[in-house]
Design a protein around this ligand. Structure first.
Ligand code: 13P
Length: 288
């Protein structure tokens, strides 16, 4: 059964570790992430961007697939199905479809409008026990068509949004979706520390998990980050592994063209990436 992200993240914050949100793109992706979470006895959050939602034939298809997998694969660790960077309309669609968590990304609105819309989503989600993530200060870079300028969050705005009753707060602290440029100055720990103090005990989210060095991840967790989003890194390891298979001509040997065989190295690569992240985030063994 899918669960809200609230309880697992409250536990993570108290236990000083973080739960990974891994974005999904298809059946193979979802299976690889669920299998790894189960093997490592770790809670997990499956992230779905609006673009990936459309690609996978809509939110009800995804809910059906994930619920089916949880049952058929005997998954017992806590799993949240979460809309990533949702617009107001898509947050409502996901709540209707059976998601257990939604992010309403109102960072593009003026703060007053962000507050109004966030309040409405909270009210509707609360009736169904669904957790809500809000964002203050835009995450830089581009993810599935969502482009952010990389503004660092304002501490007072974080306090205001946190007080509305959201369960999880994403704050821009110099993090970027996708690969980090060579001249990236790093995370703004000074800002994170202030936000952490102003919003405690709210679990904080670090978007743009791909490519952040391990020491920065650990420091972010020590300052209140309890959810870390990873997307690009799984895509990179998946495509590198599938490319290797093709380049080695394995698809030309025997029945090597079978799509299940072509994609299998990609699935293993995702599993390895997810395992590495769960170990780094400290969520291994924290399912119960
Ligand atoms: P990356 O693609 O940089 O890992 O970011 C993922 C993310 O923040 C999803 O919201």
């Amino acid at each position: 059964m899918l669960v809200s992200a609230k309880e697992m993240l409250t536990k993570a914050k108290a236990g000083k570790y973080a739960v990974g949100q891994f974005n999904i793109n298809n059946l193979e992706w979802t299976k690889a992430i669920l299998q790894t979470a189960q093997e490592l006895n770790s809670p997990v959050i499956l992230g779905v961007s609006e673009g990936a939602g459309k690609y996978m034939c809509g939110y009800t298809t995804i809910v059906g697939m994930v619920n089916g997998m949880i049952k058929e694969m005997g998954i017992t660790v806590p799993v949240a199905l979460h809309l990533d960077h949702g617009s107001y309309e898509h947050a409502l669609k996901c709540i209707d479809a059976g998601f257990s968590s939604v992010m309403f990304d109102g960072s593009k609105y003026p703060i007053d409008e962000n507050i109004e819309k966030t309040k409405e989503i909270i009210k509707i989600a609360a009736e169904k026990g669904i957790s809500v993530e809000a964002e203050v200060g835009a995450i830089g870079g581009e993810e599935d068509g969502v482009v952010g300028g990389g503004e660092v969050a304002d501490v007072e705005e974080c306090k205001m949004i946190a007080s509305l009753g959201v369960d999880i707060l994403a704050a821009g602290i110099g993090n970027i979706h996708g690969k980090y440029p060579a001249n990236w100055p790093g995370l703004r720990f000074d800002v994170l520390e202030e936000i952490g103090k102003a919003t405690d005990p709210m679990p904080l989210v670090l978007h743009g998990g791909t490519g952040i060095p391990a020491d920065m991840i650990k420091k972010a967790i020590s300052l209140g980050v309890s959810k870390i989003n990873v997307n690009t890194e799984c895509q990179l390891s998946f495509s590198a592994a599938v490319r290797k298979y093709i380049e080695e001509g394995k698809d030309l040997e025997g029945k090597g063209f079978d799509p299940r065989k072509v994609l299998a190295p990609g699935v293993e690569a995702i599993k390895a990436t997810v395992k590495e992240k769960m170990e780094l985030f400290g969520s291994v063994g924290k399912a119960n």
